[in-house]
Design a protein around this ligand. Structure first.
Ligand code: MG
Ligand code: ZN
Length: 220
C-alpha cells in the first residue's frame, strides 16, 4: 500500500514537472537544480556564479529552505531576482513548489534560474522539478563517502562539484574513493573548486555557460 501511494505522489509530481519544463522551454528559460547536503556551499557557489556571469547571462534564483530567508537575502543584495520557498519541515522541493516560485518570480525570457534545493542528498534526487539539469555539490569537509552513500543524487547529476578544495591539505580526504563512488554511477564532469579562494571556478563557469547555451539552442 505504501509503495502504491509513493508511486502516485511521484506520478503527480512528474506530470507537473513536465508542465514546468514545457512552460520554461517556451520562454527559452534554462534552470539548474542544485542538490547538496547542508553546509556544502550551495549558496556560496550561486553567489560566485552570479558575480562572474551576471554581465553575460540574465539570472534568477529560487531558494528552498525549511525555514527562514537568510540565503535569499544574500542573493537579493546582489540585485538578482529571488524567491524564497519555505517547506515548513519538508525535506525537498517538489514540482508544485517550483511552479509557484516561477509564478511569483515571473522570470524574464531566456534567463538562467538556479534552484537551491533543501540541503539533503536523499529525496531531492527523486523529485523532478522540470529543471533543465542538475548540479550536485559535495564538499571535502563532509568526507569522501558521499557518492557511495547517496548514489542516486550523483547518478542524476549533469555536473558534480567538489567544493572547499582549499581545505583538502588540512583534512583526511580519500580522493580515489570519492571518484570511485562517482564513476560507479555517473559520467558527469567533476569540478574541484573553492568558493573561498576561487580556485577551479573558471572551468565550472565555462561548463555552466556551455550548458546554458546548449539548452537554449534546444528550446529555440
Ligand atoms: Mg544555502
Ligand atoms: Zn524530502
Amino acid at each position: 500500500m505504501e509503495i502504491k501511494i509513493m508511486k502516485n505522489i511521484l506520478y503527480c509530481n512528474n506530470k507537473l514537472a513536465q508542465e514546468n519544463r514545457e512552460l520554461l522551454g517556451e520562454k527559452g528559460i534554462v534552470s539548474i537544480n542544485i542538490l547538496a547536503s547542508p553546509g556544502a556551499g550551495k549558496t556560496s557557489l550561486i553567489l560566485r556564479i552570479i558575480e562572474a556571469l551576471r554581465d553575460k547571462i540574465p539570472m534568477a534564483v529560487v531558494e528552498g529552505d525549511i525555514a527562514g530567508s537568510i540565503d535569499a537575502e544574500k542573493i537579493d543584495k546582489l540585485g538578482v531576482p529571488v524567491v524564497q520557498i519555505n517547506t515548513g519541515g519538508g525535506c525537498h522541493l517538489d514540482a508544485n513548489m517550483f511552479k509557484e516560485a516561477i509564478n511569483s518570480l515571473n522570470p524574464p525570457e531566456g534567463c538562467l534560474i538556479f534552484i537551491e534545493n533543501v540541503g539533503n542528498l536523499v529525496c531531492p534526487a527523486s523529485f523532478d522539478l522540470g529543471e533543465s539539469g542538475r548540479l550536485v555539490i559535495a564538499s571535502t569537509a563532509e568526507g569522501s563517502d558521499k557518492p557511495v552513500k547517496y548514489p542516486q543524487a550523483f547518478q542524476t547529476a549533469d555536473a558534480i562539484v567538489l567544493n572547499k578544495i582549499d581545505l583538502i591539505r588540512h583534512i583526511e580526504f580519500d580522493r580515489d574513493f570519492f571518484y570511485k563512488g562517482i564513476t560507479a554511477v555517473s559520467k558527469a564532469p567533476v569540478f574541484e573548486v573553492s568558493c573561498a579562494t576561487h580556485e577551479g571556478l573558471i572551468e565550472l563557469l565555462t561548463w555552466i555557460e556551455d550548458f546554458y547555451k546548449s539548452k537554449r539552442v534546444k528550446n529555440d
